[in-house]
Design a protein around this ligand. Structure first.
Ligand SMILES: NC(=O)C1=CN([C@@H]2O[C@H](COP(=O)(O)OP(=O)(O)OC[C@H]3O[C@@H](n4cnc5c(N)ncnc54)[C@H](O)[C@@H]3O)[C@@H](O)[C@H]2O)[C@@H](O)CC1
Ligand SMILES: Nc1ncnc2c1ncn2[C@@H]1O[C@H](COP(=O)(O)OP(=O)(O)O)[C@@H](O)[C@H]1O
Ligand SMILES: [Mg+2]
Length: 292
């Protein structure tokens, strides 16, 4: 069946390519009770082409996350008795990484705060913040801190309307107001924001370096069957994977939401909108990439 046109082609592979050509990415998050979230992100990164995928998780979640997929490498960080990052947890070195995705299922304790604060400083690395990483930006007004590096053009945020309401103060029901508030943040910090929903809108800068023109892109794939737990965690992995494969934040965000929506459409066609879950969304990724 014909599908909508992708905003750009999916990265292709040279015949002599090796895994180092497709990026090493790190997903940070999860907590006891929400280990599935970061596992979903990690599996989505693997299924959209990342060469190497590691998940940094609270120590006691390691076996759970590792057992979801044999391709996921795991990195245990110190944790609290209730299974979230402890205040002694630090951001792993980003030096050998091509992209980092942070936030799903992480909760918002002291360790998570430390990690997000450190990640904000790493503007030489492609980064995505979702879910609790965004909630920490809101709770502690981290984007307003004087120590924030001015250039955040390597940062992508993927809030759902509830998270964007916390970040901007504009209520989740006011879609035009939310998009306008996202544009203001983009203009101020140079970052890219994926305003999730039906349809998802990507807001970014025309040219991150020297041009402050804010532009938007409305995604044309996806369906309400995707309003199911874990859908957004899958998107986190997809966009992080594409960032790690060398796409710009603007391209990774646009292609990522397109592929995610297309996988949602394939999952709904096979399993129905009410019947599809994040598992079918994830499983559909290889087929839809094949169809591009
Ligand atoms: N398997 C897992 O471990 C899962 C873990 N998850 C994690 O659970 C934590 C909490 O995330 P949630 O997103 O559930 O909780 P939130 O409290 O952030 O979001 C839910 C609230 O946001 C508002 N909201 C969300 N979407 C909206 C929309 N389209 N229109 C209007 N209002 C909207 C509503 O007020 C809703 O009650 C995060 O860390 C997340 O990553 C979820 O991703 C679900 C799956
Ligand atoms: N009505 C809808 N139409 C299209 N896509 C939707 C719809 N509702 C939700 N989605 C998509 O599903 C995902 C939900 O993300 P999120 O709320 O973060 O889920 P979770 O945190 O449970 O993983 C987003 O990518 C969003 O765009
Ligand atoms: Mg989410």
């Amino acid at each position: 069946m014909a599908h909508p046109t992708p905003p750009l082609p999916f990265p292709t592979r040279a015949s002599d390519a090796h895994k180092g050509d497709f990026g090493s990415v790190l997903l940070i998050g999860g907590s006891r009770g929400m280990a599935g979230s970061i596992a979903l992100s990690s599996m989505a990164a693997l299924k959209t082409g990342s060469g190497l995928v590691s998940a940094a998780v609270p120590d006691r979640c390691l076996e759970t996350v590792a057992s979801f997929h044999p391709g996921i490498m795991t990195l245990p960080l110190p944790d609290t008795d209730d299974g979230q990052f402890a205040s002694s947890a630090t951001l792993p070195s980003t030096q050998s990484l091509n992209a980092v995705g942070c936030g799903p299922g992480m909760r918002t304790g002291a360790g998570s705060l430390r990690i997000v604060e450190a990640l904000l400083q790493q503007n030489d690395c492609m980064r995505l913040m979702d879910a609790d990483a965004i909630n920490l930006l809101s709770e502690h007004q981290l984007l307003d801190r004087p120590a924030l590096p001015r250039d955040q053009s390597t940062l992508v945020l993927t809030p759902h309307p509830g998270e964007l309401a916390r970040l901007t103060g504009v209520s989740a029901g006011d879609r035009p107001g939310q998009i306008a508030a996202a544009k203001t943040l983009v203009e101020k910090h140079g970052l890219t924001i994926v305003v999730k929903g039906g349809p998802t809108v990507v807001v970014g800068l025309e040219s991150a370096a020297d041009n402050r023109n804010v532009i938007e892109h409305v995604n044309n794939s996806g369906n309400p069957g995707m309003a199911t737990a874990g859908s957004g965690d899958v998107l986190t992995g997809i966009i992080t994977s594409l960032l790690g494969q060398g796409l710009s934040p603007w391209d990774a965000a646009r292609l990522g939401v397109f592929v995610h929506g297309l996988a949602g459409d394939a999952a709904a066609a096979k399993h129905s909108q009410p019947g599809m879950t994040c598992a079918e969304l994830l499983q559909s990724l290889p087929d839809v990439i094949h169809s591009l």
